[in-house]
Every structure is written in structure tokens, then in C-alpha cells.
Write a protein that binds this ligand. Sequence first.
Ligand SMILES: [Zn+2]
Length: 80
Amino acid sequence: MFAIGNDELEKCGKLGKSIQCKMCGKKHHVRYGEEVLRDGTRKPSKMLAFYKCKGITYLAGINGKAIGGKTWKNLQHGGT
Ligand SMILES: [Zn+2]
């Protein structure tokens, strides 16, 4: 699913409530995704975290680890 190995994730720092943006240098609020359960209820999920900068959504972290700076587009294409 993601082109990021577990080893790579282990090296990443813990993800906080905000993240320093690699694009503009400012801090942005980190938002977490939702997990949809089989019965349709949604619960907050720390699996995916993201932030927005200038209208572009960037991936901030996976599973509580900060990986900032990768765009969704990059992820979808499996590149870095
Ligand atoms: Zn920014």
C-alpha cells in the first residue's frame, strides 16, 4: 500500500499535534484520518495523519510516526 518500509518508519520521530512544514517552514495543525468500521461507525484513526499547506494535502505521518513532506500524489505513485 505504501512505499515506506517499517525500518524507515522506525527512524521517524513521534508525531505531535502540529508539524513543521518543509514547504513553507511554518507549523501546521496535524489532522488525523478516520477508520470506518464494518457497521458504518467512524472512529478517529492515527493510522494516517495529514496537513494542508497552500491548499495541498501532505502526508504528515503514519501510525503515529512523523514522516512529513510526502504528498499524496507521491504516495499513490509509489515514489519518494
Ligand atoms: Zn506549509
